[in-house]
Design a protein around this ligand. Structure first.
Ligand code: SAT
Ligand code: MN
Length: 590
């Protein structure tokens, strides 16, 4: 008798008509064969899907050039499909599941003709974790198949786990003809199903990532009492060997990866990385919140990554452990056959071609690497990977950081008065947009909990769910807002960021340990500057003070924007948030 997995794969093949159906076992030998195919038989426009990079200096590394119109997430083409429109909320594009399926069936008919359909069995989360989920994705692109091997725990063991049951998440992916007119990323949360056609880009195509582990999983979490979040998970070890764990939410391309593997400027602390993008948070038997990383790799932004900004990531990329490491849409030095991007090193003396393969030099005034160029590399390559990374129960969380990219208004760090106030802080967060999504860069938009593009249901209900989780936790973590991006009158960053962010983490731990006091502001509790360890930093004290300035006059527009953002959610916004809003507005006027 055919299993539910086999039946579904047959159904998909009957619709999409691939030349062959290939069931992946997740082994390295198989990945090598798929890479070979991507270097010989398959092309995207004029380029092979992969080309080999310098194996002496970049072991196991390959370059991928995407279709030039397919370089970032396309939020306008991303839908969640519930029978009831209100369920999806004003934060999502909506289609009725019936209409969405009719549309997708039309554009998927025969879309894999002449191609191989890869069947990928994978787990999101540590294989033996009660919180992990078994998934099956099909795809017609070698790049996606190999990326999924890096980003998830993939292998035949997952088929064994599913057995003849129906308890698995399905992902149907095809690049179609790459046409943006026939590109859709459709989510069916009630069926644990994602259907994506027309894009090979990370968040649109690696369906275990944003599509399942955030959009669909957030809906599962809402129903079953847990949280799926766009968060880093990291351990901070002090000089005595105590390790405390925190999570941190930040929008795409706002430094999550750099934070997750930060090299501490304070020698008495060291960091252990668990994840750089997604956290699943469950309430443990002791009433604390426990985090697992559903992923097994990093899909990080290349530009700006260097030995100075993120030495542990450079080491991760050079570690010759897990096969392979992929670079997507970076520039290439033809002299050395090494990848290159802005901020990595001096371009002088290199023979560079840009991300599309055209000769490039700085005088052209263009970017050599695409601003959203990426690397895909295993978590197990990371020299500071935490030994808890495969712990099936996850790690207990002491603090949650909520960040954004704000040149003004938002202080370097502020502690929330209590859990509901923390939820309010998350719900009012704004951030300046980045190249991680198609559209304009640098415009301020609300991005509550950095989840605006990823919350798979009505975000008002999501805020209420957050409030409830705090009630259900006997020992909830404290919540902090952070902002590394405040600028001065000249537009220069005031705070150095990167390894110096350890100074902020230290204050957070000192607060949790009751070692330091704080100053009350309308936004929350901020540090007395004397309590920040600033040795070795060449910033005058008044400049540090300016990171915490709350200038009431500046807040009128911000308050109005928060209201305007919340307004369409109507009765879904919990009362606690309206009360916290009024309280803050009053305090800012006083
Ligand atoms: O494109 S991804 O969604 O995978 C990465 C990101 O934008 O955070
Ligand atoms: Mn992300």
């Amino acid at each position: 008798m055919a299993t539910a997995v086999e039946k579904w794969v047959d159904e998909v093949a009957a619709l999409t008509r691939p030349k062959t159906v290939y069931w992946c076992d997740g082994s390295e030998g198989e990945a090598r064969r798929i890479m070979e195919m991507g270097m010989s038989e398959e092309k995207i426009t004029v380029h092979d899907v992969f080309s080999e990079l310098n194996q002496a200096t970049c072991p196991k590394a390959y370059l991928h050039r995407s279709h030039p119109t397919d370089v970032a997430r396309t939020e306008q083409l991303t839908f969640v499909c519930y029978p009831d429109r209100e369920r999806s909320g004003p934060n999502n594009n909506w289609k009725h599941p019936k209409d969405a399926k009719a549309l997708m069936t039309g554009i998927s008919r025969g879309c894999m003709k002449g191609k191989t359909m890869y069947v990928l069995p994978y787990m999101m989360g540590p294989v033996d974790s009660p919180y992990a989920k078994a998934c099956i994705q099909v795809t017609d692109v070698s790049y996606v198949a190999v990326s999924m091997r890096i980003m998830t725990r993939m292998g035949t063991h997952v088929l064994k786990k599913i057995g003849s049951g129906e308890n698995f998440t399905r992902g149907l992916h095809s690049v179609g003809d790459f046409s943006p007119d026939r590109r859709f990323i459709m989510h069916f949360p009630d069926e644990d199903f994602v259907w994506s056609v027309g894009s090979g880009y990370g968040g649109n195509a690696l369906l275990g990532k944003k599509c399942f582990s955030l959009r669909i999983a957030s809906w599962q979490g809402y129903r079953y009492g847990w949280l799926a979040e766009h968060m880093v998970i990291m351990g901070i070890e002090d000089i005595k060997g105590n390790v405390r764990y925190i999570t941190a939410a930040m929008p795409s391309a706002c430094g999550k990866t750099n934070l997750a593997m930060l090299e501490s400027a304070l020698p008495e602390y060291r960091i252990w990385t668990i994840g750089d993008d997604i956290a699943w948070l469950n309430i443990g038997p002791d009433g604390r919140l426990y985090a697992i990383n559903p992923e097994a790799g990093f899909f990080g932004v290349a530009p700006g990554t260097s030995m100075k900004t993120n030495p542990n990531m450079v080491r991760t990329l050079k570690a010759a452990k897990f096969y392979p490491t992929l670079y997507t849409n970076v520039a290439l030095d033809r002299k050395t056959n090494e990848p290159w991007w802005e901020g990595f090193s001096d371009p002088d003396g290199k023979d560079l071609v840009d991300w599309q393969g055209n000769p490039w030099n700085p005088s052209l005034g263009t970017k050599a690497a695409h601003p959203n160029s990426r690397f895909t590399v295993s978590l197990y390559n990371c020299p500071i990977v935490s030994r808890e990374v495969d712990n099936p129960l996850g790690v207990p969380i002491s603090a949650i950081l909520l960040g954004g990219r704000r040149s003004r208004l938002i202080p370097l760090v502020a502690e929330s008065f209590d859990w509901p106030h923390g939820v309010f802080t998350g719900a009012r967060t704004g951030s300046e947009t980045t190249a991680a999504a198609a559209g304009k860069v640098g415009v301020l938009r609300r991005d509550p909990f950095s989840m605006l593009p990823f919350c798979g249901y009505n975000m008002g209900d999501y805020f209420r769910h957050w409030i409830n989780i705090g009630r259900l936790c006997a020992r909830p973590p404290r919540i902090y807002s952070v902002n590394w991006f405040r600028t001065d009158e000249q537009g220069k960053f005031i705070w150095p960021g990167f390894g110096d962010n350890a100074r902020v983490l230290r204050w957070v731990l000192d607060r949790i340990d009751g070692k330091v006091g704080a100053r009350e502001t309308p936004l929350g509790l901020v540090p007395h500057v004397k309590d920040l360890v600033l040795d070795g930093l060449a910033i005058p004290e008044d400049r540090v003070e300016s990171l915490f300035a709350v200038k009431p006059g500046e807040w009128d527009a911000e308050l109005a924007e928060v209201k305007a953002f919340w307004n369409p959610f109507g009765r879904h916004i919990p009362n606690e948030l309206n009360q916290a809003y009024e309280k803050m507005a009053r305090a800012l006027k006083a």
